[in-house]
Design a protein around this ligand. Structure first.
Ligand code: HEM
Length: 434
């Protein structure tokens, strides 16, 4: 049985806070002492993954980029012990990520264009508490005479019934993790030979524990080698009007005017979250919680129910790839994103995920979304997140397969690769013992 040091792992990583408001504040660090002093001031507000009773009304978390580690005064040999994709940062990985054309770093939002040093996450149950948290942070930074600067503030809010911008229920396709005292649901981990589901090993998501291949994941030098994790932070704008137009167009051309069927074929789930594999027709109401993830693709190998290129089938192919679950279980991510809505300035998803290896997990999943080769869908891309110059293509399998034309509906507005240190590593940064 895995014994996790939950009190040393930052909160919201292995267990969601369940708070429906968030702000992500990007901070530039121009003086190492000022940066470490800020960590010291924030320390008592940083929560761990240990059980808590719903108080306080808000919680703070801290993540640091490679540039941020250097800005905090860590020497090159320590920063150099972190993996290359993290050291490169998100903007430099634009080719791997498919951030081309209007998605490229040159077009990112001004505050996100120059990279992030420290990302302070503030979670709360309501707007007032969240905004009070942002004000408190501004006060903390005001006295540093420019040595710390807030370069971007991103607010986000969970919508009623957990709907993302395109109207789908989101967030329940999560891995179950061994040793986390949360009741896991069937289908969230890996399927065993006895056709049961077991949680994935914690080392897939937190450093210092055995991963699903039974080995300790590669890790930087102490104290960053234990109870820390890597975070991907990405602001993805959604063009909801274009998505709605696309559905009307697809429904008219291919689905007898049924926009809901068109939407479900793109995602692999009905808007209420019911999977197409188990629910080829839309269920009249919500399905049981335990039924959201309890399925494999072997019962739909040809993609007649859930297209081979649907978003969730690409993002977590389960048993659909050669190698089956033994392969896909090494490429899972914990998603903790939230929608944002900035009115005329656009709406979308603040995508946040945690994993032990950004290259093996997030970047592979992102690649599966972007490219179709591994699924035998060369030239096709995910209808939600894929970007094409002009129109894209997606095959919807069936006794009469149809080739549909998609168009880009999601645009990258910026982001960063970050490290979420353990609380003891944050203490070492504050004390100056590292
Ligand atoms: C604005 C962009 C995006 C939208 C609107 C979106 C939407 C959705 C929706 C509606 C679901 C189904 C609900 C669920 O299973 O929880 C889902 C699942 C998922 N998405 Fe996305 N997504 C976006 C971007 C991404 C990105 C960038 C990644 C990773 C690189 C990703 C990875 C996943 C994963 C892993 C699942 C769970 C699949 C499963 O376990 O069956 N998504 N997404």
């Amino acid at each position: 049985m895995t014994r996790l040091e939950l009190g040393d792992i930052q909160g919201n990583v292995l267990r969601s806070y369940g708070m429906r408001r968030a702000a992500y504040v990007s901070v530039r660090v121009l003086g190492p002492r000022a940066g470490r002093a800020l960590l010291g001031r924030l320390r008592h507000r940083i929560y761990s993954d240990e059980r808590w009773d719903g108080t306080p009304a808000r919680a703070v978390n801290v993540a640091i980029s490679a540039r941020g580690l250097t800005a905090l005064g860590l020497p090159a040999d320590i920063v150099g012990s972190f993996p290359p994709e993290f050291r490169d940062g998100m903007a430099a990985r634009r080719r791997q990520l498919g951030d081309r054309g209007p998605n490229g770093p040159a077009h990112w939002e001004p505050g996100l264009r120059g990279g992030i040093d420290l990302l302070v996450g503030i979670h709360a149950f309501d707007d007032q508490e969240r905004d009070a948290g942002v004000r408190e942070l501004r006060d903390d930074i005001a006295g540093t005479r420019g040595r710390l600067q807030i370069v971007h503030v991103q607010r986000a809010a969970q919508q009623a019934r957990m709907r993302e911008g395109f109207g789908f229920r989101d967030g329940f396709g999560q891995p179950a993790v061994a040793g986390v005292p949360v009741k896991s649901l069937a289908g969230q981990g890996a399927r065993t030979r006895t056709r049961r589901w077991r949680p994935l090993e914690a080392g897939e998501f937190v450093l210092g524990y055995r991963d699903d291949d039974g080995v300790l994941p590669d890790a930087p030098v102490p104290p960053f080698d234990r109870n820390g994790t890597f975070m991907v932070y990405r602001k993805l704008e959604q063009d909801v009007a274009a998505f709605d137009r696309l559905l009307v167009e697809l429904a008219g051309e291919h689905f007898d005017g049924d926009t809901e069927l068109a939407a479900a074929k793109l995602v692999g789930r009905w808007r209420n979250g019911a999977p197409l594999v188990t629910h080829p027709a839309p269920p009249s109401g919500d399905i049981e919680r335990g039924d959201y993830n309890d399925f494999l693709y072997r019962d739909d190998a040809d993609g007649y129910r859930c297209p081979l290129g649907a978003h969730i089938r690409r993002a977590n192919p389960r048993d659909a790839l050669p190698g089956g679950i033994r392969r896909s279980r090494r490429h899972r991510i914990i998603r903790r994103g939230m929608p944002y809505d900035e009115g005329p300035n656009g709406q979308g998803l603040v995508f946040v995920c945690f994993n032990a290896s950004i290259a093996r997990q997030f970047e592979v999943v992102n690649g599966w979304l972007r490219e179709g080769d591994v699924f035998g869908l060369a030239g096709e891309t995910d209808a939600l997140t894929g970007w094409t110059r002009g129109r894209g293509r997606m095959t919807v399998q069936g006794s009469l397969p149809v080739l549909i034309e998609t168009r880009p509906v999601v645009r990258t507005r910026g982001g960063e690769y970050l490290f979420v240190p353990s609380l003891s590593a944050i203490d070492a940064l504050i004390d100056g013992t590292i």
